[in-house]
Design a protein around this ligand. Structure first.
Ligand SMILES: [Fe+2]
Length: 306
């Protein structure tokens, strides 16, 4: 009898242990499956968000007020296009611009991407844009990387684009004028020749193109030279280049930008230093790195006279 009870107890004990082990194994397998499912849902949602945000355009509106803006330019609207990088928006970009009825379209460089041999897409955009408003253009670093920028330059000029690399033009409205200045991207020249440590070469170049009695608007691809633009005393700068910091981290901002490194200061929006406002576009295309949580952006600036 004793042996019978002992054997039954041992069998019951080991079957209990075995049952528990198999339950633990089942629990572990279930947990792993749930974790994998959650990771898959997060990855799929992020993927959908990246595809959606890379293929839609956000229009951002800024009003720039200044008592130096002449009355005739009150309500003057600038459509600011930057860093298209040859991205083919079909008619979507021009439709958005047309809807805003801008007085001018300002392009601040990198309309092409150096990794693309062809630039037909950029030219098609330019041709459509010219039907909406006068187009002013300055170069970015990617134009300087092209084998044959001269041929693109000629095609844009022949089409009617006003190329203002290292030039200034007066814009007239009624009896009033503003001065529009353009800077060629420094990668066309030796950077050291363009900028000395104090930025005096750049500052002098801008000052030589300024009109002291007028409201001066500068088109320049690179936002990281804000201190020099402010030193030169321009009133408004339109810039791009930083692509919004490429990856926009929630509550932190852009992750990286050329010329500024990690956690850059100048990636989007309006920045003010002394009497200079700078509007930075996140751009409308991308180059080597993908954009994450960073929708391409058309910027509409309205001038307001005080
Ligand atoms: Fe760019």
């Amino acid at each position: 009898m004793f042996f019978y009870l002992r054997d039954n107890f041992i069998v019951a004990f080991f079957s209990f242990i075995h049952h528990n082990e198999s339950m633990i194994r089942k629990d572990k397998a279930f947990t792993v499956i749930v974790v994998l499912e959650i990771l898959f849902i997060i990855a799929a949602s992020l993927g959908i968000w990246i595809v959606y945000t890379n293929n839609n355009i956000q229009t951002s509106y800024y009003v720039i007020e200044d008592d130096l803006i002449p009355e005739g330019f009150d309500g003057f609207k600038i459509a600011h296009v930057s860093d298209l990088h040859n991205k083919d928006w079909k008619d979507r970009l021009c439709d958005l611009i047309e809807k805003e009825k801008p007085d001018i379209i300002a392009i601040t460089g990198d309309i092409v991407d150096s990794s693309d041999v062809y630039y037909d897409i950029s030219l098609q955009f330019i041709e459509k844009a010219l039907n909406i408003a006068p187009v002013y253009f300055v170069t970015g670093n990617h134009e300087s990387y092209m084998q044959d920028y001269k041929s693109l330059q000629k095609k844009m000029s022949d089409a009617g684009v006003i190329l203002i690399d290292d030039k200034s033009v007066l814009i007239k409205k009624g009896d009033c004028y503003i001065n529009l200045i353009g800077l060629q991207d420094p990668s066309f020249t030796q950077k050291s020749a363009f900028l000395d440590n104090s930025g005096s070469i750049l500052r002098e170049k801008i000052v030589s193109l300024k009109e002291d009695d007028l409201y001066n608007v500068l088109l320049s691809h690179r936002p990281e030279y804000m201190d020099y633009y402010a030193d030169a005393g321009v009133n408004l700068v339109l810039s791009g280049h930083a692509h919004g910091g490429q990856i926009i981290l929630p509550f932190i901002g852009g992750l990286i930008a050329p010329g500024q490194g990690f956690f850059p200061e100048y990636t989007q929006g309006v920045h003010t230093k002394e009497n200079t406002n700078m509007v930075i576009s996140r751009g409308l295309g991308d180059s080597y790195l993908p954009r994450v949580n960073n929708m391409p952006e058309l910027v509409i600036i309205t001038l307001k006279s005080l």
